[in-house]
Design a protein around this ligand. Structure first.
Ligand SMILES: Cc1cc2nc3c(=O)[nH]c(=O)nc-3n(C[C@H](O)[C@H](O)[C@H](O)COP(=O)(O)OP(=O)(O)OC[C@H]3O[C@@H](n4cnc5c(N)ncnc54)[C@H](O)[C@@H]3O)c2cc1C
Length: 441
């Protein structure tokens, strides 16, 4: 049965995340944006409040939350600060390949570590010369006995500078594309791991983003998450499960922009009245609200599919590119409602706009999501309608009233003309194509 109601458990979680966001994240969001730093104490408080790592499966001693829980709490975090939300959610991203991997011993070991103590884990597919094209990974994994030796640089890694461990994707052969990709769980203090300077960014400055260099890093066989040939699929499966949360970031960000703009519109006066009384402003608010609501529906649907053992890949991509693009539109229109003040750092909108800009880029750009969805729509999707050439369009005769119901129907494949009779005409009377252009339908 279709149901959009959160369970009482999920509502409690939403309330808890909302209270945490208002009390712990919102008051410090602008300060950490200004100083371009990730507040570890806030991440630690989220851990202590039980608001991160909830997705560790029950089998390994975790809470076993589903993606619905993840998107519900992520929306709340992002509503207070998109950058901190990215850092808080990053443990889920870092742990997802581990959760999906077949290495049971590794799961037992690291899930316990991450759960029992405040430990951060990051996720690394991207490199300085590659982001969208995951099959183009160049970071090299070389076999040495049972171990692997890693050499290369991962780039853009969220929480890379503060994480204790990292899910690293590499390749045994850069020329073999998908087939060479493998994945490893690497600890930050292993010899050969170095962390680059914090990358200066437009927005989401409360989240740490760095490059990670791996120089002759020895990974024991126990830490292989995916052997060569299985890493690419593991990365794609990870994204299918984490993209709904990126959508939830966008929903939270857009929701705040809408709320702030509505509040402002109800107070700001122009031409002798509140600007909320102008239809132009009301329409903007209606569209903002519509975008927040539609985005949330798509995000929840993708999360629901994942929680119900369906493949969420397509729904996750749709949710990701729809909600991230609408979030940017909402933040932009919110800024317009604020007029000049929207452009200042005294009000919250400019930060939300800067922060929202990232959503269209990380975890697969909008272009990549369109590529995934169009591939599905054009190939795997099963249409209900017959192919055009089999579609008789009876413009000139009502088939129900035709005298000779057995008369064959011919359709010109070029211009669509429908002819009735035992044989097709020698020539189409509309486009003049010969008989061979006709197909019996
Ligand atoms: C702040 C931040 C945090 C990040 N965090 C992480 C992280 O934690 N872990 C991680 O692994 N990565 C992370 N990333 C990297 C992010 O996932 C990549 O930036 C993203 O996937 C795009 O890759 P790229 O930047 O190399 O762009 P490119 O892949 O070089 O793409 C450049 C442009 O070309 C377009 N393009 C590429 N291929 C196609 C195509 N086939 N069709 C149409 N257009 C195409 C892209 O859409 C884009 O517009 C982060 C990035 C940022 C900015």
């Amino acid at each position: 049965m279709l149901n959009f109601q959160l369970s009482s458990q999920q509502q409690k979680l939403q309330k808890k995340a909302r209270e945490f966001s208002l009390k712990e994240i919102l008051p410090v969001a602008w300060y950490y944006d200004e100083i371009d730093e990730t507040p570890l104490p806030v991440l630690k408080k989220a851990y202590e409040a039980g608001l991160i790592n909830g997705d560790i499966p029950k089998k390994y001693g975790g809470k076993g939350w589903g993606l619905i829980e993840a998107v519900v709490i992520t929306e709340e975090f992002a509503a207070a600060c998109p950058g901190l939300a990215t850092s808080i959610f990053d443990n889920s991203l870092g742990m997802e390949p581990l959760a999906l991997s077949k290495n049971e011993a590794l799961k037992k070991k690291y899930f316990a570590k991450i759960q029992d103590d405040f430990k951060l884990i990051c996720f690394a597919t991207s490199e300085p010369t590659m982001g969208s094209d995951v099959a183009g990974i160049r970071c090299k994994a070389e076999r040495d006995g049972d171990d692997y030796i890693l050499n290369g640089t991962k780039y853009w890694i969220t929480n890379g500078g503060i994480a204790d461990s990292m899910s690293i994707f590499a390749t045994v052969d850069p020329d073999s594309q998908h087939e060479g990709i493998c994945a490893f769980l690497v600890e930050r203090d292993w010899p050969g791991v170095s962390i680059g300077r914090r990358i200066p960014k437009l927005g989401q400055r409360g989240s740490n983003t760095v490059g990670i260099n791996l120089k002759d890093v020895r990974v024991p066989k126990e830490n292989v998450m995916a052997p060569p040939g299985e890493g690419f699929v593991l990365a794609m499966q990870t994204f299918a499960r984490t993209r709904p949360a990126i959508g939830a970031f966008a929903v939270g960000t857009a929701r705040s922009a809408m709320e702030f703009a509505t509040d402002y519109a109800k107070k700001r006066r122009a031409f002798g009245t509140k600007i909320a009384n102008f239809q132009a402003i009301q329409h903007k608010i209606a569209e903002m609200y519509q975008k927040v609501e539609t985005s949330r529906l798509l995000v929840w649907k993708a999360a629901w599919e994942a929680d119900n053992n369906m493949d969420p890949t397509i729904s996750a991509s749709i949710a990701k590119f729809y909600s991230t693009e609408t979030a940017l539109e909402v933040a932009n229109e919110a800024l317009q409602i604020f007029g000049g003040y929207g452009y200042t750092k005294m009000f919250p909108i400019e930060k939300l706009l800067r922060d929202a800009r990232l959503y269209r880029i990380y975890e697969g750009t909008s272009e990549v999501q369109r590529y995934i969805v169009s591939g599905y729509a054009m190939n795997a999707y099963q249409p209900v309608m017959p192919p055009l050439e089999d579609l008789p369009i009876h413009r000139e005769k009502n088939p129900a009233e035709m005298e000779d119901k057995d008369a064959a129907t011919w359709r010109c494949r070029i211009c669509g003309y429908v002819h009735y009779g035992d044989d097709p005409p020698d020539e189409c009377p509309y486009c003049f194509f010969p008989k061979s252009a006709f197909k019996k339908v």
